[in-house]
Design a protein around this ligand. Structure first.
Ligand code: ZN
Length: 332
């Protein structure tokens, strides 16, 4: 009899523990719900939309369990010309906070309209431009939006993200500040690692040809040899691409010929495709060079300019992967 009473008490204790844990954690969501359905389900978390996966990666690392986050523009899609598709307006309207890149990256008319009319849109690149305007590059009076490819610049987005999350969730202030500090340190450390890594490449090999002009900030930060080269626009001789700041522009014979001339001038052996851009222009360049008896290779490893890519879970992995591809190609 005593044994039965003890067993019954143990069962009650176990049931109490399960109920206590369920009360703490809330009811788990069914597994069949999509990422969007989970994101839109009301809870106490801050609902955040970022336009690109690159921004979303930093927001996720800072916000952790206190936020529900999604990126609007799916992998492999071009953020420059992205126009809203079915369901996007609802996501943007439901978001408490929207983070976008600004600097004219998101120039699709329908997306730009929504970004301009949401009460809590934070254009991170525009905020950086106000803080350190001398660091922003321009091409034909257009700001170059690809600031994430210079980690020392991208570290500057951490503080505005932390401030925006605190505004929406003041109770999380110390959490966001602690996370923000960690994320900033990891980006600053990555910046130093890439600088050290690419310093090992001989100067004459550091000439980067890609599909579109996404790597200007990267070139200025990581491929230059002297401070003079970085601040006096001499870095421009270290990169070339047939397509402009946005890969949706018209490609001209003149642009193709400029890159061919660049390849001959600097004896470039390998050119680099990008994961979200067609390789047509690079193939054209390769065939013109071949006609002139100059064999160049299109790298089998694609760089990631505007997207994280399928191999990278985080912004830091994406940038480190880009640097590794260049290092391995140029060191051999
Ligand atoms: Zn781009």
């Amino acid at each position: 009899m005593r044994y039965i009473i003890l067993s019954f008490s143990a069962l009650l204790l176990l049931l109490s523990l399960i109920l206590f844990l369920q009360g703490r954690q809330g009811h788990p969501l069914p597994n069949h719900l999509s990422k969007i359905e989970k994101w839109i389900t009301p809870n106490n978390r801050v609902k955040v939309v970022s336009t690109t996966a690159i921004i979303d990666s930093i927001v996720e690392q800072i916000g952790g369990e206190r936020i529900d986050h999604i990126s609007l523009i799916e992998e492999s899609m071009d953020p420059h010309s992205y126009e809203l598709v079915k369901g996007d307006s609802e996501k943007l309207s439901f978001a408490q906070i929207i983070f976008c890149n600004g600097l004219n990256l998101e120039h699709g008319a329908s997306l730009r309209y929504q970004l301009q009319h949401h009460p809590n849109t934070f254009a991170l690149g525009d905020i950086i431009q106000k803080k350190i305007p001398e660091k922003i590059l321009f091409n034909q009076n257009q700001p170059d939006p690809h600031i994430w490819l210079d980690a020392s610049l991208w570290a500057e987005v951490v503080d505005p993200i932390v401030q925006a999350l605190i505004m929406a969730d003041p109770e999380g202030k110390s959490y966001y500040e602690t996370q923000g500090e960690k994320v900033k340190n990891s980006i600053v450390n990555l910046d130093k690692t890439i600088r050290d890594q690419l310093k090992m490449i001989p100067s004459e090999k550091k000439h980067l040809v890609t599909s579109h002009s996404a790597f200007n900030y990267f070139t200025r930060r990581y491929l230059t040899e002297t401070l003079d080269e970085a601040i006096n626009d001499q870095w421009q001789s270290r990169c070339s691409s047939p397509e402009g700041l946005a890969p949706d522009g018209q490609l001209s014979c003149f642009d193709i010929q400029c890159v061919v001339n660049y390849i001959f001038q600097y004896k470039v052996k390998t050119i680099f495709p990008e994961s979200n851009v067609s390789q047509d222009s690079l193939r054209k360049i390769q065939s013109i060079c071949l006609e002139k008896g100059f064999l160049i290779e299109i790298s089998k490893n694609m760089l990631h300019s505007d997207t994280l890519g399928s191999f990278s879970q985080t912004y830091q992995e994406m940038l480190a992967n880009n640097a590794n591809i260049l290092y391995q190609t140029w060191i051999s």
